[in-house]
Design a protein around this ligand. Sequence first.
Ligand SMILES: Nc1ncnc2c1ncn2[C@@H]1O[C@H](COP(=O)(O)OP(=O)(O)OP(=O)(O)O)[C@@H](O)[C@H]1O
Ligand SMILES: [Mg+2]
Length: 369
Amino acid sequence: MSEPFLRIENITKTFKDNLVVKGVDLAFNKGEFVSLLGPSGCGKTTILRMIAGFERPTTGQIIVDGNDVTDLPPNRRKIGMVFQAYALFPNMNVADNIGFGLKIAGMPKAEREARVEEMLKLISLPSLGKRFPFELSGGQQQRVALARAIAPRPSMLLLDEPLSALDAKIRVSLRQEIRQIQRELGITTVFVTHDQEEALSISDRIVVMNAGKVEQFGTPFEIYNRPASRFAATFVGTLNTLGAKVTDAASRTVTIDGQSLTLDRLPAGVRNGDSVALTLRPEAVSLATGRRTTLHSTGACRAWPSSVRSCGSRSIWARTPSTSTSSTTSTVRRRPTTTRCRSPSSVAISSFSTTEAWRRRIASARFVA
Ligand SMILES: Nc1ncnc2c1ncn2[C@@H]1O[C@H](COP(=O)(O)OP(=O)(O)OP(=O)(O)O)[C@@H](O)[C@H]1O
Ligand SMILES: [Mg+2]
């Protein structure tokens, strides 16, 4: 495995007395697309600004391609950045906006114009070079901002919620475009978002952050199916949390409401008598409406020490068919929807109406950790 392209080593950041980034260690590979995902105020922008050089870490180091850049000013870091508010220069046309960084770098006019043309093609706006920002849609402006960031051939691209000002439909198409351009150029990219779906759909890896710390760093699959903490589990996607007690750690046996289950894995260090929380994604549970109700689980489950039981309410998130006519297997193919089923429930989930039946169903579920 080659050396990581970007290493963030034990970074902290304090604003006055406020510690907002609390010892973050991360390593990104060359050409990788990594998303920083977390709730508002968790420190995503602050980390991005430290990578770019707009903020200095209070402690720790930033290493790019083997070089310590912690004390380098932004203009010596070869980084392209796109901000949340696209911030194009309003008094310059599109071509001049895109060529701005090239001009500052002293690129000759003819070469600059050729590069701007190339960039306009790349962002699928080949004929709009003469327009001014106010003559563009929000999505077009954001593409121009992207072109301006990548025109000087930066070694890294930093995107701070570049799509947040756009409506949902354009967001989806533009994020795919960004990803495609990023792949074509093979440029290492850090993408900030608080939209989990966005992060899960376009990233090679995701950093889940909470309150200045990294909760988990992994592939979208790992983040979704193997959450490393309660926060990571509940922040990403919908899920059921089932309280359980470890009865025999050696054989990974736990009990839920007295019902025994063997898990595929338990976290290291868990002992007999510990309380753990099991998580079950809705798509791991299929319910058919009608009198005969079935419950399958083939999805992921993960446990970690906890004393909280949140399934005592006898409700569970499950995938229910979008139509109420056919069998579970065929309805699953017909775009099932996620529903919270309560017991007793008016959606004919009769098997949830008694504790006994609920236990039986959970017991027959297969937990794959
Ligand atoms: N220049 C600053 N001076 C003082 N506090 C700051 C400064 N910049 C950020 N903060 C604080 O640091 C914390 C993290 O801010 P940051 O902008 O990194 O959050 P974020 O994760 O990007 O949030 P959002 O999703 O809302 O953009 C916040 O509590 C914020 O108020
Ligand atoms: Mg931010």
